[in-house]
Design a protein. Structure first.
Length: 156
């Protein structure tokens, strides 16, 4: 009978160890849950603050606000956004080309790029344009110039 009691004690010790492991995991997960709840609360406060700021920035009754409300209602956006009017922050830097339009409508960087391309005897690469518009020949500047070239081509 001694071996049965020894087996029960061994199993009890293993169960006790497992309980202690699970309690440690629970404490760790509880800490993560608290951190996640704090992050959620910060985001909620930030959203409410943005709603208040946007409401103060735009005059009431504008066509944009009516359109935003209709779009929000159609998309099922949360009621917290119902009265908020949106202001367009971004702009179209390279307008679509129309007959009679010159390079003077472009931002200065784009005008410089167009000037370099126009003065070139043949095709040019973004890598060749960057030093001519007085930018450092770094990968980031070359890629930025390449995207500007693509934007100019897309817009005609």
């Amino acid at each position: 009978m001694g071996s049965l009691f020894e087996e029960l004690e061994a199993r009890e010790a293993a169960a006790r160890a497992r309980v202690e492991e699970l309690e440690a995991e629970l404490a760790e997960i509880s800490g993560k849950l608290d951190t996640a709840r704090e992050g959620l609360e910060r985001l909620r406060i930030a959203r409410e603050t943005v709603v208040e700021v946007l409401a103060e920035m735009t005059p009431e009754g504008s066509a944009v606000s009516v359109k935003s409300r209709e779009t929000s209602a159609a998309q099922g956006v949360a009621p917290a956004y119902a009265g908020v009017e949106r202001r367009v922050v971004g702009v179209l830097t390279v307008p679509n080309w129309q007959p009679g339009m010159g390079v003077d409508v472009l931002p200065s960087v784009y005008r410089d790029i167009v000037e370099v391309v126009a003065d070139a005897p043949g095709p040019v690469r973004a890598k060749q344009i960057v030093p001519r518009i007085e930018l450092p020949a770094e990968t980031g500047k070359i890629e930025g110039t390449r995207s500007k070239l693509k934007r100019l081509v897309e817009r005609g």
